[in-house]
Design a protein around this ligand. Structure first.
Ligand SMILES: [Zn+2]
Length: 164
């Protein structure tokens, strides 16, 4: 037996004034688009802004559905849109902004497992780590550099014996 431990790394910022201008701007774009979220069931708005290597910024929000599983998280709406428009561009950063209508977040918004998997897919595709900025109406910001810090022991194409 060989018991092992995985460590993850992230940085916490107390407020957006501590951020570099590019990150501050990206979070602002995520916040702006969050107000257009279609959230009749959860009242939980999420906005996402994706910054590509060519400096294009694409934004999106969560889209719910009366048939609950048919909705989609803001992260995936944004990533699929960005990668369908600019398939060969690496993703530099993704900002996620949680903006619930009925309360103030007391903790960081955290991408669901499915969205972490999709983030990792594009890191693997482009062989390039992305920066993930997690924020919301709580004011604090968490920066994660590389999806392995959100999703240890990732599943990817290498597990399917593809690209070998
Ligand atoms: Zn998700």
């Amino acid at each position: 037996m060989d018991k092992r431990k995985i460590e993850i790394e992230y940085t916490v910022f107390e407020n957006k004034e501590e951020l570099v201008e590019e990150d501050r701007m990206l979070i602002e774009k995520a916040k702006e688009i969050s107000v257009n979220a279609y959230i009749p069931y959860s009242a939980f708005r999420v906005g996402v802004a994706v910054l590509l290597d060519n400096d294009k910024i694409l934004t999106a929000n969560n889209q719910e559905n009366a048939s609950y599983p048919e909705g989609l998280c803001a992260e995936r709406v944004a990533l699929f849109y960005a990668m369908s428009q600019y398939p060969n561009q690496k993703i530099k950063s993704i900002a996620v902004y949680g903006n619930p209508q009925k309360f103030t977040l007391t903790h960081f918004i955290s991408p669901c497992g499915g969205c972490r998997q999709v983030m990792y897919e594009y890191e693997y595709r482009h062989q390039s780590k992305m920066r993930i900025l997690l924020s919301g109406n709580s004011g604090k910001i968490l920066l994660v550099e590389g999806v392995e810090n959100l999703l240890p022991l990732q599943f990817s194409a290498k597990d399917l014996s593809i690209n070998e």
